[in-house]
Ligand binder design. Structure first.
Ligand code: NAG
Ligand code: NAG
Ligand code: NAG
Ligand code: NAG
Ligand code: NAG
Ligand code: NAG
Ligand code: NAG
Ligand code: NAG
Ligand code: NAG
Ligand code: NAG
Ligand code: NAG
Length: 862
């Protein structure tokens, strides 16, 4: 048996035993205080000045949400009326504004992954940030890079970019820059290893009939953590992300929001994160424990939705007053929150909140949970600007052409076009009829869950295609939206010049189950009879084009080689302009240039990292062992020697490209010297006041029921805290070193936001020529891979990419780079990145399995 800190209750119970054979998360204390590293210097300085003016209660107000449905946004912290500082508004999500009207529904993250376009990622981020800003939101709850996509059926994979950490890392950084350039704080989430919906929350799992007492634990070794799951978070931190959201799951049997190793050590000490960590909604499980383990903001503030009680709020005030949480820790929470605020120039961008998450009506309750203060809560501000054009552009750029025997592009003058499948048509109950998009009716343009937005309209594929045909004025068009109308389908298909079959498969967040898919997909096959539908059409029409809308890979091997299937396209989850964007590609206005952001295997088993479906630890936390290490998606296929149907990075064009002239030039660089030395000591800002009588509710204060306030009810701390375990001796739940504010050792791999700055030094410049050898203008995504050469390394790993438009006959020289991080492995012994002695190779090509150019990397030690 081994001791551990159970992060549950207001305190962390000591001497709770972790069985020897369960993964264990080593303690790392104290929680690092913001130092103003690198380009955070100004923001942290302004934050310190601001926080220096605050009382303890005001600081606590900044850290704690006021409770579920108590204000306009999905999360809001307390305000500081004395300084005219309004409550910060936090709002979902990664593809648009949830719970609001007159907003845009952008393409999902996975579509951005498929564009492989840094520019489009930035522009989409900027537009999403602008919409949030114009509704009055301070903190956008996205982008998502966790789940990364360990398993192809993971419910929320689509909210992020790709199971490849470099695709995700580069695109998340651009998204964050875009959002924050609009003056809104971005949130990188969910930190970390939140790779399956099943068992992510014990209560939710019980609802599905699994009697477990704790959330599942993602058990990950240090190398896999650094080389895979932490990688894109490092890019997010380096891009200046203001907030990180900790996740529902445990990591090595310690909760995401109470894990000192992931929060204090990895994120704050090693990656040098200067912003704040907020809890996922109800992922906060302990008061003192989480504060010491690095959590900075409790969301939505209450212990569970609507309890009116909080692990923080009054409890945090009491914990500072009774000395268990050092005042510098609460000061650091406030400094980090305000640093993020200044980092994005919020003070210039902030406008009043003009919507309310809990009603689309103009008038409603300000405090919806308790139906208090009726008034005008929704000004119905249209924030969409001209974003529809960008949405259509991103969606079209993300289409991946998987097969084309020459039938595409279409002309629009085809004599007869059949459009077949429910996925081609509208949801007859309206595009937003299912709350949080939790159904599968009509065309699929978004997954389900909190990462959704209301469609302002949804252009269904059939609508845009029919318009196309009418515009040309020659063809006949037959749309059929019923997947089981076999005789009508056979009749239409057999009379058509071309049949466009639309099929789908969705997934989403665990609190909604659609057709038995409890967030995660229950299988990798198409929904609603999709395979049979395709085969029926193909048996009757020799020019069958298949379009797939899905949140991830589906099994296509039953029919992808069918001679009558002349083209296959994956359009992902394209958002409001779905129909227009697919028509752009089908009719050749846009030459497809998207590349698959994941691998298409022949069977679910080929992926090798399955979702844990059944509890495996009695009633305790299910143990999800990430034994596959870094070998997910294409790395796993390569390692197991499994041939995919379509590989990661693959996508065709209406033109063709050739690769030539690879050149590798080593650059001089400074040596990589591990960071040494110590931090400064922790500092307190503003007044101290340990006397609880100064923290009593003001006389005559008009309390909103069930609202979370920082004040106490009585000067008796045990009574005020209402905690049955109040007052247990601190040595039982305050980990050793947790309250130590003295200078701390710096970690060897630390030094700047994103980790040691030397990791980002460019060690090689690489160039290659890409020539458009076909007849029309097109986009190509040249991809750079490396092999690090060691026995435990992946065969190849993506390291960089770009996307270019190239004219017919034109040869473009692609210049790219490899950094030190790109050719290093994580060494758990020295706790740093090292360049191994194994011979390394660099590859350039158009997919993870089509790498025509390669060269050995000249050896270097540093
Ligand atoms: C989890 O345990 C593994 C194996 O001991 C260790 O390598 C890793 O650093 C631990 N990670 C965390 C976050 O505790
Ligand atoms: C804390 O925030 C609440 C909600 O905005 C506000 O009513 C209260 O006055 C604030 N308390 C302090 C001490 O500023
Ligand atoms: C769940 O498991 C606990 C612990 O074994 C047990 O006490 C409880 O009765 C079980 N509940 C149900 C509904 O099976
Ligand atoms: C303080 O936290 C404890 C801990 O779990 C909780 O039971 C109690 O209700 C909280 N008190 C308040 C005033 O929110
Ligand atoms: C201090 O206050 C916190 C929050 O209410 C409580 O959980 C803890 O038990 C208290 N500790 C002591 C030593 O009184
Ligand atoms: C909408 O979807 C639900 C669940 O996916 C299904 O039960 C229902 O029949 C559908 N309704 C229509 C009108 O298609
Ligand atoms: C897979 O799941 C989908 C969606 O729930 C369902 O329509 C389909 O029948 C399932 N496929 C198999 C082979 O069970
Ligand atoms: C292809 O389509 C034609 C109709 O155009 C049909 O006669 C033929 O049987 C189909 N081929 C296959 C393999 O299904
Ligand atoms: C399909 O069949 C028609 C009629 O037999 C023929 O004219 C046409 O060329 C065929 N199309 C393809 C794509 O094979
Ligand atoms: C706390 O403040 C109250 C009211 O101002 C005062 O009566 C009391 O003596 C103070 N307690 C301590 C320990 O300073
Ligand atoms: C404080 O007192 C009020 C009024 O007596 C009561 O409703 C409430 O439950 C108490 N606790 C908290 C945390 O507000």
């Amino acid at each position: 048996m081994r001791g551990g800190w159970l992060q549950f209750g207001a305190i962390a119970f000591a001497s709770y035993a972790i069985a020897e054979d369960l993964a264990y998360s080593p303690p790392y204390y104290p929680s690092p205080w913001a130092s103003g590293l690198g380009d955070w210097e100004d923001a942290v300085e302004k934050a310190r000045e601001f926080v220096s003016q605050l009382t303890l209660l005001e600081k606590v107000n900044l850290t704690t949400g006021v409770g579920w449905m108590q204000e306009d946004c999905v999360g809001q912290v307390g305000s500081i009326p004395r300084l005219g500082f309004r409550s910060l508004c936090l709002q979902d999500g990664p593809l648009g504004i949830r719970f609001a009207d007159y907003v845009s529904a952008f393409p999902a993250g996975v579509n951005v992954g498929a564009t492989f376009s840094k520019e489009l990622a930035y522009r989409r981020g900027r537009a999403m940030g602008a919409e949030q800003r114009d509704k009055g939101v301070d903190i956008l709850l996205g982008p998502a890079i966790g789940p990364l996509g360990r398993s192809p059926d993971g419910g929320r994979n689509w909210e992020g970019y790709s199971p490849d950490p470099v695709n995700s890392g580069i695109l998340v950084a651009e998204t964050i820059k875009g959002i924050q350039d609009s003056g809104v704080i971005a949130t990188a989430k969910h930190y970390i290893a939140n790779e399956q919906e099943r068992f992510r929350q014990a209560g939710e799992a019980r609802g599905y009939g699994f009697n477990i007492s704790e959330s599942s634990s993602s058990n990950i070794d240090d190398i896999t953590m650094h080389e895979l799951y932490l990688w894109p978070f490092a890019d997010a931190v380096r891009a200046g992300v203001g907030a990180v959201m900790c996740s529902y799951n445990q990591i090595n049997n310690s909760y995401g929001c109470g894990n000192s190793y992931t929060q204090n050590k990895l994120l704050k000490a090693e990656l040098g994160f200067q912003g704040f960590i907020m809890s996922d909604w109800s992922a906060h499980h302990s008061g003192v424990g989480s504060a010491l383990a690095g959590l900075d903001m409790s969301m939505p503030g209450d212990t569970a939705f609507g309890t009116g009680l909080s692990f923080w709020g009054a409890n945090l005030t009491i914990a500072v007053a009774n000395g268990t949480v050092p005042e510098w820790r609460v000061d650091d929470m406030a400094v980090r929150i305000m640093a993020a605020y200044y980092k994005v120039n919020r003070e210039e961008a902030q406008i009043p909140i003009n919507f309310n998450s809990w009603t689309r009506d103009e008038f409603g309750y300000q405090h919806a949970l308790v139906s208090k203060r009726y008034g005008r809560v929704n000004e119905r501000v249209n924030v969409r600007a001209r974003h529809a054009n960008l949405i259509r552009q991103v969606a079209a750029a993300s289409v991946v052409l998987l097969k084309n025997k020459g039938s595409l592009p279409l002309t629009g003058s085809e004599k007869t076009t059949a459009i077949i499948g429910e996925d081609a048509g509208p949801n007859i109950l309206g595009p937003n009829s299912c709350p949080d998009r939790g159904c599968a009716n009509g065309t699929l343009a978004m997954g389900w869950g909190s990462g959704t937005a209301d469609f302002p309209y949804l252009v269904a594929p059939a609508e845009a295609i029919q318009n196309e045909i009418l515009y040309h004025g020659e063809g006949v068009v037959t749309p059929i939206f019923h997947n089981w109308a076999t005789s009508q389908i056979i009749s239409a298909a057999s009379q058509s010049t071309v049949s466009l079959v639309f099929v789908n498969a969705g997934s989403g967040e665990g609190y909604i189950s659609v057709d038995g898919n409890e967030g995660d997909r229950k299988n990798l096959t198409l929904w609603k009879n999709g395979d049979e539908l395709i085969e029926t059409v193909a048996a009757n029409c020799n020019n069958t084009v298949v379009v797939i809308h899905s949140s991830g890979p589906v099994l296509v091997n039953e029919w992808n080689e069918h001679p009558n299937i002349t083209a296959i396209l994956w359009a992902g989850l394209p958002g409001q302009e779905s129909g227009n964007s697919i028509a752009d590609v089908l009719y050749g206005r846009v030459n497809p240039g998207g590349k698959s952001p994941f691998t298409w295997g022949k069977s679910a088993g080929d992926y090798g990292a399955p979702i844990l479906r059944e509890p495996n630890n009695g009633n305790g936390a299910p143990q999800v062992d990430f034994t596959e290490g870094i070998f997910i998606d294409y790395r796993g296929f390569d390692k197991a020697n499994k041939t995919p149907i379509y590989e990661f990075g693959f996508g065709l064009s209406y033109t063709s490209f050739e690769y030539s002239d690879l050149e590798v030039e080593p650059l001089r660089s400074r040596p990589y010297i591990p960071t040494r030395g110590k931090t400064k000591r922790a500092r307190k800002y503003g007044e101290s006041d340990d006397n609880l009588s100064s923290h009593l509710f003001p006389e005559g204060f008009d309390r909103i029921p069930l609202y979370i306030y920082p004040w106490v009810n009585t000067t008796d701390p045990a009574k005020a805290s209402m905690d049955p375990h109040y007052g247990l001796p601190t040595d039982e739940y305050v980990p050793s070193g947790a309250t130590d504010g003295s200078p701390q050792d710096l970690l060897p791999a630390s030094g700047a936001a994103g980790g040691h700055p030397g990791l980002y030094d460019v060690l090689y410049e690489i160039s290659a020529t890409v020539t458009n050898t076909g007849g029309i203008l097109g986009d190509e995504v040249p991809q750079l891979y490396v092999s690090l050469g060691g026995p435990n390394d992946a065969k190849v790993m993506l390291r960089n990419f770009d996307r270019f438009t190239i004219a017919p006959g034109e040869a473009k020289v692609w210049k790219t780079t490899l950094t030190r991080r790109d050719i290093s492995n994580w060494d758990p012994v020295s706790q740093n990145w090292v360049i191994s002695e194994y011979p390394k190779t660099v590859y350039v090509g158009s997919s993870s399995r089509n790498l025509p150019l390669s060269a050995p990397l000249p050896f270097r030690k540093h």
